[in-house]
Write a protein that binds this ligand. Structure first.
Ligand SMILES: [Zn+2]
Length: 436
């Protein structure tokens, strides 16, 4: 099968930092850019050089990074109204960033142009065309059509004319932005298809930039790919303003493992997705989302006893894919909902004899402790201790009681020896029998 190449454009360092609670230092941004390049992200948006000193410094320092084939992109807006492109300080800052890619955002929605920007519809088109034409002399231009889907719904002719203007002025990429994140997958597909018919004769390639306000950013991105887009913009872990951006982890994993027939990133890099996702959480001082699909800590965690029993026999009964493909791992949780299978899976690493009696004893201890308010799900070390104590009760109270028999005294050692386990098992068996 002929694989289709999809360009991955990361905006974690720009759109991602607009997320509540996200803050990256200059060094953090440089470190993340390096890591993104290592897995082969095609374009890495570093920031908006006019907006702050840190972003301007980033582009200077980033020249020392070894980014391989990854291209850095500087982000900015169309020229100000009533000003020539050559006089605009924002465009000057973009040129000074000396990046091979410049991304320009412009208005697609007639209402936004006239009511928020305060310019006529023609002036908005002039701002788009002149800016793209001017900056095309310095870098490859990605044109982000802000509010494209809202704009298209309000005035399709005008929305299309904005991206046609950018394409005629030399933009290599036209990226449709679902800025408010409220579109549905079928709406995205239709708008991309209709716009593609108008844009194809002008030659630009198409991309998609989705926000997650309806929890549909991944679905909308995939829908746009089906409709003809070849570039996906998003952030790692979906961080970004409001409900965030399309999570590149999910978009990439779905394209690679579910839809198939697509090629992206460097060969072998998908096995590092989990590691990279966690690195970015840590660097951004964010708590990882355990339920994050594919790479979350709980993405392949099993708790229900029947599920664990089945997964131990055939993993695909309760796992949609092999977690190792994205560098994640299967986890078996233990709780009062566990069955013998959960306990067996977890005790194997202790070299415990997986006989039913011992497993039942451990499970019984877990249930008893959970009734008292303890939890073992997120406390693996405490569970290890519980297993150890259940395997080998404290010697003095049991072995030196007046009921202990002669041979027990001679073989007892306070260490975890095989002989003491045997005696313990024998004694526990007797006790169990007495109770029943
Ligand atoms: Zn955005």
């Amino acid at each position: 099968m002929q694989e289709r190449s999809i360009l991955i454009y990361d905006t974690t360092l720009r759109d991602g930092t607009q997320g509540e609670g996200v803050s990256l230092s200059l060094q953090d941004k440089l470190n993340i850019a390096q890591r993104l390049a290592e897995i082969g992200v095609d374009m890495i948006e570093g920031g908006y050089p006019l907006s702050n000193e840190k972003d301007a410094m980033f582009f200077q320092k980033a020249r020392q990074l070894k980014l391989g084939s990854s291209l850095l992109a500087a982000f900015g807006m169309t020229r100000r109204r009533g000003m020539k492109s050559a006089d605009d300080p924002g465009l000057a800052a973009l040129i000074a960033a000396q990046t091979p890619v410049i991304t320009i955002v412009g208005k697609s929605w007639d209402f936004h142009a006239t009511e928020v920007l305060g310019v006529s519809l023609q002036e908005n088109l002039d701002m788009i065309g002149e800016t793209v034409e001017y900056l095309s002399r310095y870098a490859q231009i990605v044109y982000d059509a802000e509010h494209y889907f809202d704009g298209y719904r309000a005035n399709p002719q005008y929305a299309v004319s904005t991206v046609e203007t950018a394409a005629r002025a030399g933009a290599k990429w036209i990226v449709f932005c679902d800025t408010n994140g409220g579109s549905l997958p079928e709406q995205v597909a239709q708008v991309v298809k209709d716009s593609k018919i108008r844009l194809d004769p002008l030659g630009p390639r198409l991309g998609i930039h989705c926000h997650n306000d309806g929890d549909l950013a991944t679905a909308n991105s995939l829908s746009a790919i089906d409709a003809g887009c070849d570039q996906i913009q998003g952030t790692f872990n979906g961080i970004g303003e409001r409900c965030g951006n399309a999570d590149l982890v999910c978009v990439i994993s779905n394209l690679q493992f579910k839809k198939q027939g697509y090629r992206m990133l460097r060969d072998g890099s998908l096995q590092h997705l989990t590691e990279l996702s966690r690195y970015i959480y840590e660097t951004a001082n964010l708590v990882p989302r355990n339920s994050q699909p594919f790479v979350g800590r709980s993405a392949f965690a099993h708790k229900g006893g029947m599920h664990v029993h089945a997964v131990n026999k055939f993993a695909h009964t309760y796992e949609h894919m092999n977690p190792e493909l994205v560098g994640n791992e299967r986890r078996i949780l233990v709780s009062e909902l566990s069955g013998r299978s959960n306990i067996a899976a977890l005790t194997q690493k202790h070299g415990a004899d997986p006989d039913r009696l011992l497993l039942d004893r451990i499970l019984e201890s877990v249930v008893k402790k959970e009734n008292q308010g303890y939890q073992y799900e997120a406390a693996e070390a405490s569970f290890d201790l519980l297993v150890t104590n259940t395997k080998q009760p404290k010697p003095p109270s049991i072995f030196w009681s007046s009921n202990a028999r002669g041979p027990t005294h001679r073989t007892l050692k306070p260490s975890n020896t095989r002989s003491s386990q045997v005696i313990w098992t024998h004694q526990e068996t007797s006790n169990t029998q007495r109770r029943s």
